[in-house]
Design a protein around this ligand. Structure first.
Ligand code: GLY
Length: 335
């Protein structure tokens, strides 16, 4: 089904665009929140969802949208909350290092027009998401890597910092004793922070930030900064973001796949489930040993999340409150 037909059919079946300016006549405004509630299908916007249990990040993003900040402002500031939190050892400052002891960050961002920016394997700059946004908005490029990304960030006024905290350094030194590389599923129930947001006009954007797999090979880059793998947004259809074993997400171009499945008429939940099945049904898949999770939102404001293993969750901020929802998962029988 063609994109426009999908949208047209969705509208005709009553699950059409949840909030557009021409729906304002059947919408009401709540004075406290100033958001538009599409009475017809009870979808309240704005809406922010994120991978894992990150209530402070989703709250921040939603508040930015409520105070007339842009989608990109909301996503950037939401992700920055986690990047600055040294207790979150999977993103930003305090992230776990590679096997040589270097913290290297990956991030990307994508807007309503399909523009995007990314940084890969960047060191010494806490807010990778801000650099990714600047790559999109202030360079003719889509992606900057390593020293180039770091130097670009500094040229834009960002400060170099040591990202390796004492806690992460101590864990790395303990790991060095055996130096056995074995990715841990749901390490502390955190991984990449992927965030998707819809503003009150129904427009969608997304962002993704990570320090990648703990103790990865020097130079290793996962899915998170790769547009189509870690994140994909099509403002006419919806958006998706991934977490977990980046190599497996890259091999199936996971986030793009989820959005394309929604284009074909699948709900966000069905699309996330199908994308996980593509991974586990591959020949010689060893999915028992790694986690992948997706979250997605469509143009109607419907959301979905699904993972291989249990204990993946999605945080949703809507109507002025957070909800952390455990995802359904593939390996129910053996977990
Ligand atoms: N999903 C994060 C990574 O694999 O680097």
């Amino acid at each position: 089904m063609k994109r426009r037909n999908f949208i047209k059919n969705a509208s005709l079946t009553g699950i059409g665009l949840a909030v557009t300016t021409n729906l304002t006549s059947c919408s009401e405004k709540t004075p406290e929140t100033n958001n538009i509630i599409a009475v017809a299908n009870k979808v309240s916007l704005p809406l922010v969802i994120a991978t894992w249990n990150v209530p402070n990040a989703t709250k921040k993003a939603w508040e930015v949208l409520q105070t007339e900040g842009s989608l990109l402002d909301a996503l950037e500031q939401g992700c920055m909350v986690e990047e600055a939190d040294i207790k979150n050892q999977s993103v930003g400052k305090g992230g776990r290092p590679d096997r040589d002891g270097n913290v290297t960050l990956d991030a990307c961002i994508m807007n309503t027009k399909g523009d995007c920016g990314a940084v890969v394997a960047m060191q010494n700059i806490t807010h990778a998401i801000s650099v990714a946004r600047k790559v999109m908005e202030e360079t003719p490029h889509v992606m900057l890597a390593g020293k180039g990304a770091e130097n670009f960030a500094v040229s834009k006024g960002m400060k170099r910092e040591n990202l390796l905290t004492e806690a992460s350094k101590k864990e790395w030194e303990e790991w060095l004793v055996k130096a056995a590389y074995k990715p841990i599923i749901n390490i502390e129930n955190h991984d990449t922070i992927g965030m998707l947001a819809i503003d009150k006009n129904g427009d969608i954007s997304g962002a993704c930030t990570t320090s990648g797999l703990a103790y990865k090979m020097s130079g290793r880059v996962g899915d998170s900064p790769i547009i189509g793998s870690g994140l994909f947004v099509d403002n006419e259809i919806g958006a998706a973001v991934a977490t977990g074993m980046g190599e497996e997400v890259v091999k199936t171009v996971g986030s793009f796949l989820v959005v394309e499945l929604m284009r074909q008429g699948k709900s966000p939940q069905e699309a996330c489930e199908e994308a996980i099945k593509r991974i586990v049904n591959k020949p010689d898949s060893n999915h028992e040993n790694f986690q992948v999770g997706y979250i997605a939102v469509n143009k109607n404001g419907e959301t979905g999340s699904y993972s291989i293993h249990k204990d993946f969750s999605m945080t949703k901020y809507q109507n002025g409150k957070n909800e952390n929802k455990q995802s359904d998962y593939y390996l129910k029988q053996s977990s």
